[in-house]
Design a protein around this ligand. Structure first.
Ligand SMILES: NC(=O)C1=CN([C@@H]2O[C@H](COP(=O)(O)OP(=O)(O)OC[C@H]3O[C@@H](n4cnc5c(N)ncnc54)[C@H](O)[C@@H]3O)[C@@H](O)[C@H]2O)C=CC1
Ligand SMILES: CC(=O)N[C@@H]1[C@@H](OP(=O)(O)OP(=O)(O)OC[C@H]2O[C@@H](n3ccc(=O)[nH]c3=O)[C@H](O)[C@@H]2O)O[C@H](C(=O)O)[C@@H](O)[C@@H]1O
Length: 468
């Protein structure tokens, strides 16, 4: 750090171009808390752009893999190479010692999990009869550690998705209490990430505009300066942190409601006597229409959980959000019932039938099972008396994960050794593209994701289209 280069940005009176240079030449040390599917790409991009990053994680195996230049996050194009380079060049290192990292850093980027509390099902999903609430315990733990090492001029950016109001009403006061600083001596901003696993590095670098909002104007200024420097896309500052956090949650609930609409329309296929998927595609030729894709359910640790961030935060009624949740959570049972009917049309009872489930994670080619619809679907098929076997490239390779499903899980290579009465496509991983369908002895095929676009040599029922 040279004499005129600020080592911290909040409240700095250096010219903004000098502040930008201080950021990019490593004069402003950065700490990134949480090195998971989102946090590790974030830490890597911060290292690429600033050269002085310490990543913090509570998992020692994550820390040691990162320090060895190995990515604990799988199937993220470019991440292995980018991470290895940043570690090899000494621009990124990892530690489990959050307080040590916080004491050295002037920019604190928080990317820890914000799941639903145990009011949901075992993986925190909303498959329960009590309204699940956000679990902010990881955020609180990191806030305490950062507060321990917080100095005047520091800035804290909350990139993980949080209920609107969390930054100003929870994070900022706890930082002040822990550090003994006045809240006007440090910055706090919500800077949510618009990242999809499988494209994480590119998305962090700037596929979409970056929304930022601070607990005060100076926090917004610092967030704008940092992300203007860090990302390739436009930075979109808003009035405050609550607005920025709300924009992220709103995107998610928009998606949940629109998937529910697509699912409700798809469930009318038989009554309408049409291919609802074709009608959706035709409707979407109109630019103001964006009907989503129907499917056997909505999973992941984002979309099914964000509505509860809002429902728990507001006093008012939110019937649309809760109805959409109910529609989407009903899709696994809907899928099991359609399969029962499809088998019956072929003279086969679901009770006693062998059913092969293709794909258990929540989205194709992503190794994440939190709130996956495959879990309640397997349970519904078991309850109907079916003998269920599942295949998934990620879950089959992870014994502990496989044991959380109420069915044996085999690798895709072993799938065709089965002789199922029915095959259900839930999550179309790319490994299934090479599946030899001719190896099966004429099962009923249920395509939950319209993934088998060239069909199969067997009677196929597609959710939202009916029989092909
Ligand atoms: N994964 C994604 O594509 C996106 C995730 N998000 C949000 O980002 C947040 C994190 O998500 P992921 O990275 O996917 O979660 P993840 O579960 O993949 O990783 C979380 C990481 O944080 C670590 N961790 C937990 N508590 C910690 C603590 N107190 N201090 C330091 N590290 C701690 C865990 O060991 C783990 O390595 C969530 O709030 C999620 O809503 C937002 C947009 C996209
Ligand atoms: C608004 C939005 O598109 N948010 C994205 C979303 O990504 P996520 O990884 O959760 O995947 P997703 O494509 O939303 O799918 C979620 C679930 O919904 C299902 N799904 C998705 C789209 C659709 O038309 N129909 C459907 O059934 C998927 O199969 C999956 O089970 O949530 C991410 C997040 O917030 O973590 C976010 O960064 C991503 O940009």
């Amino acid at each position: 750090m040279t004499a005129d280069r600020p080592a911290a940005l909040y409240g700095s009176d250096a010219p903004e171009d000098v502040q930008r240079t201080a950021l990019t030449d490593g004069s402003v040390p950065v700490a990134v808390y949480g090195l998971g599917k989102l946090g590790l790409p974030v830490a890597t991009v911060y290292a690429e752009r600033t050269g002085n990053v310490v990543g913090v994680d509570v998992d020692p195996s994550v820390v040691s893999q990162v320090n060895g230049g190995d990515s604990p996050v799988a199937r993220e194009p470019g991440l292995d190479e980018a991470l290895a380079e940043q570690v090899a060049r000494g621009r990124l290192r990892a530690t489990t010692d959050a307080s040590e990292a916080a004491s050295a850093a002037a920019l604190h980027v928080v990317v820890v999990p914000t799941p639903l509390a145990d009011g949901g099902d075992s993986d925190g999903g909303p498959d329960s009869d009590t309204d699940p609430k956000p679990d902010l315990s990881h955020l609180d733990a990191v806030t305490e550690a950062i507060g321990d090492g917080l100095d005047p001029g520091d800035a804290v950016f909350v990139e993980c998705t949080v209920p609107p109001g969390t930054c100003a009403e929870r994070v900022r006061p706890r930082l002040a209490a822990e550090s003994g600083l006045n809240p006007t001596q440090f910055g706090v901003a919500a800077c949510p990430e618009r990242v999809s696993s499988g494209r994480a590095l590119d998305d962090v670098r700037g596929t979409h505009p970056r929304v930022v909002g601070g607990a005060d104007d100076e926090s917004t200024r610092v967030a704008r300066l940092v992300y203007d420097t860090l990302v390739d896309s436009e930075v979109h500052p808003v009035a405050d942190a609550a607005t920025a956090a709300a924009s992220k949650v709103f995107e998610g609930v928009y998606r949940d409601v629109n998937i529910a609409l697509a699912n409700e329309l798809a469930s009318q296929t038989a009554d309408l006597g049409i291919d609802v998927r074709e009608a959706i595609a035709a409707a979407n030729t109109q630019p103001y229409c964006d009907l989503h894709d129907p499917g056997p359910g909505v999973g992941g640790h984002c979309i099914p959980w964000y509505p509860h961030f809002l429902m728990d935060r507001v006093e008012g009624e939110t019937p649309l959000l809760s109805t959409a949740r109910a529609v989407n959570d009903g899709m696994p049972d809907y899928t099991a019932e359609r399969l029962r009917e499809a088998l019956a049309e072929e003279g086969v009872s679901l009770d006693g039938a062998e059913v092969l489930v293709l794909g258990l994670t929540y989205r194709a080619d992503v190794a994440e099972t939190r709130a996956t619809p495959a879990r309640p679907l397997v349970d519904a098929l078991n309850a109907a008396g079916a003998a269920v076997v599942a295949t998934d490239p990620f879950v089959a390779a992870d014994e502990r994960e496989a044991e959380t499903f109420a069915a044996p899980v085999v690798p895709p290579a072993d799938a065709t050794s089965r002789d199922p009465d029915a095959v259900v496509v839930v999550t179309p991983h790319r490994e299934f593209e090479s599946l030899d369908w001719s190896a099966f002895d004429d099962p009923v095929v249920f395509d939950g994701r319209d993934a088998l676009d060239d069909g199969t040599p067997h009677p196929t029922y597609t959710l939202g289209r009916g029989w092909e």
